[in-house]
Design a protein around this ligand. Structure first.
Ligand code: 7PM
Length: 264
């Protein structure tokens, strides 16, 4: 999953893709590099970020979705608001990637009545305050339990299980230690019976480990994506698609037997 940010305050793209033309060019590049899904986001979920109005979010996302109509890759939209979810689905999105796991009033109803895929992500707290004092007894158990409950609630509301992807939510109400423990233990989340998504690309935990700023975290991001896939992730949300694909191709060739992956 290639990250296509359209927020002017996005922490790593610095708003360079705010213009629709630039977003479309970036989308084409992500696809050329081998992205299987494009994730479009108009609301910054950066820790401490101020919320934007639905109008501002729609104004950022919709023109990009309209411009991307007909691209080969499925489009995922990173949003929580029911009105943005509904408009995004009308504009051709096929996956709703909601860091709030359809918890805003009305979000679940819109998704239930569509046939899109949905990503449910764990977050402790809310984006404004989540990094103030994250706390867990056992982060893997608590994240697993929370995702199981949320999955049950979403299914009970009428969303079929095969539409649901689960995500431990790296960086969302977690210390660096929590993120590392979660990455090390994320294989346990496979028991929930859904495909797993992992988003670690350029995140601050990788900066804390390597001492590098956000624009120098490529190698660390690739290592993290590789560990996530080895521990069961089926989708990795990344900025650097080509480099990540190369790393995963090596892992796949070695774990499946070189050349064998062609036949399966
Ligand atoms: C801190 C936390 C800074 C998160 C920046 C981010 C995820 C996501 C984002 C993720 C899913 C970023 C983000 N991260 N959606 N949206 N999983 N499903 O790196 O980990 O762009 S926002």
């Amino acid at each position: 999953m290639g990250i296509l940010n359209v927020t002017p305050d996005s922490f790593s793209d610095g708003g360079r893709f705010a213009a629709v033309e630039a977003a479309v060019a970036h989308a084409r590049r992500l696809i050329d590099e081998g992205a299987d899904i494009l994730d479009v986001g108009g609301e910054s979920t950066r820790p401490g970020a101020a919320p934007v109005s639905p109008e501002v979010e729609l104004g950022r996302v919709l023109p990009v979705l309209e411009a991307l109509r007909g691209v080969s890759a499925p489009i995922s939209v990173d949003t929580s608001r029911p009105e943005v979810i509904a408009a995004a689905l009308r504009a051709g999105a096929s996956i709703i990637n909601d860091v709030r796991s359809l918890s805003l009033p009305g979000a679940l109803d819109v998704v239930r009545d569509a046939d899109c895929g949905v990503v449910l992500m764990h977050m402790q707290g809310d984006p404004a305050t989540m990094q103030t004092r994250p706390g867990y007894q056992d982060v893997v158990r608590e994240v697993t339990g929370w995702l199981a409950q949320r999955r049950d609630a979403v299914r009970a509301a009428g969303v079929a299980g095969d539409r649901i992807v689960l995500d431990p939510g790296f960086g969302f109400g977690k210390s660096h230690r929590h993120n590392c423990a979660l990455l090390a233990g994320m294989a346990a989340l496979q028991d929930l019976g859904h495909p797993l998504l992992a988003g670690l690309s350029r995140k601050s935990t990788l900066g804390a480990i390597t001492g590098r700023p956000v624009d120098e975290r490529l190698a660390a991001s690739i290592a993290a994506a590789l560990i996530a896939v080895q521990n069961g992730a089926r989708i990795v949300r990344v900025h650097d698609v080509a480099a990540t694909r190369d790393a995963l191709a090596v892992w796949k060739a070695v774990s499946c037997g070189f050349g064998e992956e062609e036949k399966t």
